[in-house]
Unconditional design. Structure first.
Lengths: 503, 169
């Protein structure tokens, strides 16, 4: 296919793409910012190009510098990963103008799907169910009031959403007529600051929905298949926390219907490459188009584990113009997979990001366990980027075994130096509602309180106390003047932390 | 014999160690004395056997004491040698690390709001300061209860990582 491929990303996803390149005999090229000079994705690549200082706006978002690096390296293709420039149609266009293959959908499809009102029109015309609401941006409060009344407000709630957006920014749920105008202004102002476009539209709110998405794969010859669904209903502030497949709320008949609709949605947009069609699934079994994620998603390994496919490999093949070479009947699914996103944040303290050096890191392993990570012991979690440490994915014969295996793997995961979301995940996989699959997108925020983070802390607290006393005591008994040594040690840490903060 | 007071969040655990050649006997609070084995596998990876229980863990010094990771959870432990603590109190000094607690900025940012005032009582986990960093507003709290002695930050102020924002006793 290609001889050289440049990866316009960092962290675990850059490492993931490097590995797919190696599997395919392609030479992977990395780009990096100054603080990432020693990062895993840089060390694993055949060549690496410095593209600027830490802040993403001066490095990983600099289209000009990334294209320069591609030219210098002789790369023929660019994989954008997720985040950064992955859904930037101008970047996709700039790649193709520079004669580089962009591993993703065509810029035209990205543009059509990027504006939510355009996407809704496109989907409605293609017979894809959309949530009742407006198909055009709303420009006055009078229009908002009329549109709300048209979908049954206030007997049912409404959602105001950013036309340019996604990910919950510029989103306001409204139940109270008195709050409608203020919510409209807030949604506009938030959309304006997040996307540089204040336009909003309105939908009827679906009560207690699940988030169910369908992975699709389309080649440039008109072939498109769906690989099954992922249930991402466990969310916090519209960020996915746990993703699983199959969904406990989807049976084979519904799965096939959603799959067919997802393929229709992709074809309506002229979509090629890997993509995800997101739906809201209502408690009555009806489902509605939410948006298309025009990229590889964070949670793609869940589908890989269930189907046995390598999605990055398929992305590269399809971008090179190869036909899929298989049809829907050839896609099979086996067992159950679940992913936990392990973040450097403290669930006991309002999910405050926790930065610093990983002074200890021991990842789980063994049957059915996969860890996608871009860090290891001694790596730093910096303020500049997404604080994800690793994605922990397990595969098992069925859902109960999968959740048991996840609980086991979480216990094996030992991280020292930064606070992590593992206490949240241990609590989740043990929770009766999660075990029974009885959750919706608002469940975690209703059920969560900071005290839940200590659910399991009491079990081993005395052991931790003994270990810390033994550590202090043995360093004291093995060397003289260790109290001073310890102080010097501490001060060196503080200096390092200060230096890291100033960079 | 050595005895340590180990503070983990709200809990204070007394750990008594008695070395007998290669062996260590451990007593936790008023419990029975139990034999322990403590060994370093490599780096921060250790093995602890205490009575009937065997556990692998990570343990190392960190910026604020000793960090220990067991079964996916991290414990931040403050370890104070009882003999030192007694000496210090005899000398009239405050056992600073014991009763005083500083809330420090975990990252550089902008103080958006101070949610407490000097003299006020605070509960563990209660939001005390709102710090904006990385475009996110973060509630800062302390793991232990106490009384606010002083507040050294104010809304609108830009703070560095590690800067003391308030002191609780």
């Amino acid at each position: 296919v290609f001889r050289r491929l440049l990866i316009a990303n960092r962290g675990e996803i850059a490492v993931r793409v490097v590995r797919a390149c190696r599997d395919m005999g392609i030479s992977p090229i990395a780009v990096y910012s100054e603080p990432d000079a020693q990062a895993m994705h840089v060390r694993m690549a055949d060549a690496a190009y410095l593209i600027g200082p830490g802040p993403a706006t001066e490095s990983y978002l600099r289209i000009d510098r990334i294209l320069d690096a591609a030219r210098q390296s002789g790369a023929e293709a660019i994989h954008p990963g997720y985040g950064f420039l992955a859904e930037n149609a101008d970047f996709a266009q700039a790649c193709s103008d520079a004669g580089l293959m962009f591993i993703g959908p065509p810029p035209s499809a990205m543009r059509d799907l990027g504006r939510k009102t355009d996407a809704r029109k496109l989907m409605q015309a293609a017979g894809v169910p959309v949530v009742p609401g407006t198909l055009d941006p709303l420009s006055t409060f009078d229009e908002v009031r009329e549109a709300a009344a048209a979908v049954g407000f206030p007997s049912s709630s409404v959602a105001l959403k950013a036309v340019a957006g996604g990910g919950g920014k510029g989103l306001r749920m409204v139940a109270d007529p008195a709050a409608l105008e203020a919510s409209y202004r807030q949604a506009m102002s938030e959309a304006g600051s997040a996307f540089g476009d204040a336009a909003v539209y309105l939908e009827r709110a679906i009560e207690r929905p699940r988030h169910v998405e369908v992975q699709i794969l389309a080649d440039q010859h008109g072939n498109c298949v769906w690989l099954g669904e992922r249930d991402c209903s466990i969310q916090r502030r519209h960020q996915k926390v746990l993703e699983e497949s199959p969904s406990p709320a989807v049976d084979q008949e519904l799965r096939e219907r959603m799959g067919d609709v997802a393929v229709r949605a992709a074809q309506a947009a002229g979509y090629t490459n890997a993509g995800t069609v997101e739906f809201l699934l209502a408690p009555d079994g009806s489902f509605y188009f939410l948006e298309v994620n025009a990229r590889l998603q964070v949670e793609h390994p869940v589908s890989e584990e269930v189907t046995g496919m390598d999605l990055v490999r398929e992305q590269i093949r399809v971008a090179a113009g190869e036909p899929l070479g298989y049809d829907q009947a050839a896609i099979s699914r086996r067992g159950y997979a679940v992913e936990c996103r392990i973040y450097a944040e403290d669930p006991a303290a309002g999910f405050l990001p926790s930065t610093g050096r990983l002074i200890g890191y021991r990842a789980p392993a063994g049957p059915g366990v996969r860890v996608d990570s871009g860090v290891e012991e001694d790596a730093s979690i910096s303020l500049y980027y997404d604080p994800m440490i690793a994605k922990l994915i397990v595969h098992a014969a069925d859902r109960q075994q999968g959740l048991d295996r996840m609980a086991r793997a979480l216990r094996e995961f030992l991280i020292l130096g930064v606070k992590t979301s593992i206490p949240l995940h241990r609590w989740l996989v043990a929770h009766p509602d999660v075990r029974s699959g009885n959750v919706d997108t608002g469940w975690l925020e209703r059920e969560w309180s900071a005290a839940n983070a200590s659910t399991f802390a009491a079990e081993d607290l005395e052991l931790a106390a003994i270990a810390s006393a033994l550590l202090v005591d043995s360093s004291r008994s093995t060397a003289g003047a260790t109290v001073h040594a310890a102080r010097a040690d501490l001060d060196a840490w503080r200096l390092a932390a200060r230096r890291a903060a100033l960079r | 014999m050595a005895a340590y007071q180990v503070t983990i969040g709200e809990r204070v655990v007394r750990v008594e160690l008695r070395r007998n050649g290669e062996r260590v006997m451990v007593r936790v609070d008023d419990g029975d004395e139990q034999p322990a084995e403590w060994s370093t596998v490599h780096g921060p990876l250790r093995q602890l056997v205490i009575g009937e229980r065997r556990v692998e863990l990570l343990a190392a010094r960190s910026a604020d004491g000793i960090s220990v990771a067991i079964a996916g959870l991290e414990y931040r432990c403050e370890v104070v040698d009882e003999a030192h603590a007694r000496l210090a109190s005899v000398a009239g000094a405050r056992t600073a690390s014991h009763t005083r607690r500083e809330l420090k900025a975990p990252m550089p940012g902008l103080i958006v709001a101070i949610l407490c005032h000097p003299g006020g009582e605070v509960a563990p986990g209660q939001p005390l300061v709102v710090l904006q960093a990385m475009k996110m507003e973060n509630d800062l709290s302390l793991p232990r209860s106490g009384k606010i002695v002083s507040v050294t930050a104010e809304p609108g102020q830009t703070v560095e990582q590690g800067q003391v924002l308030l002191v609780v006793e």
